[in-house]
Design a protein around this ligand. Structure first.
Ligand code: ZN
Ligand code: ZN
Length: 143
């Protein structure tokens, strides 16, 4: 896999390349499943004037352009990731909030076979598995 620069990836998705988009893309690349607040903290060094809103705007632009994917675990802040188009799912720890990628549950992605599709033409499916990560499960056994 070739590593395209942030600017190339942004341009390829049809968006105009700006400093904030470039910084946000770079931060997202090094931190999968990041919230806007985490990205804002990461880009603060490069973009001292970045606001939460500007980071949000960049993330939403990426998501709308298909460059990033939004994931919205119930009751948690929205997270963004650059791994798009493969219909993967997520494991979310209810203890520490850790998020892990998991490939399709039933072999071949996308797993688009609900027991009753109600006539829909399906394009994607999202599954969130909730539970405790190994660290949290171990910690609760010790205490
Ligand atoms: Zn955990
Ligand atoms: Zn993911």
């Amino acid at each position: 896999m070739t590593i395209t620069s942030a600017a190339e990836a942004i341009r390829a998705s049809g968006l105009r390349v700006t400093d904030s988009r470039t910084a946000v893309y770079g931060a997202l690349r090094s931190r999968p499943h990041a919230s806007a607040d985490e990205i804002l903290a990461d880009v603060a060094g490069d973009l001292p004037h970045a606001s939460r809103q500007s980071v949000y705007n960049a993330l939403n632009d990426f998501a709308d352009a298909g460059l990033a994917r939004r994931i919205e675990p119930a009751g948690r802040s929205m997270l963004f990731e650059l791994r798009v188009g493969d219909n993967h799912h997520h494991l979310v720890c209810t203890g520490c909030g850790r998020v892990e990628d998991v490939d399709c549950a039933v072999g071949h992605a996308p797993c688009l076979h609900p027991s009753d599709g109600h006539g829909f033409e399906l394009v994607s499916a999202e599954v969130t598995y909730w539970g405790r990560c190994a660290d949290c499960a171990a910690a609760s056994r010790v205490s």
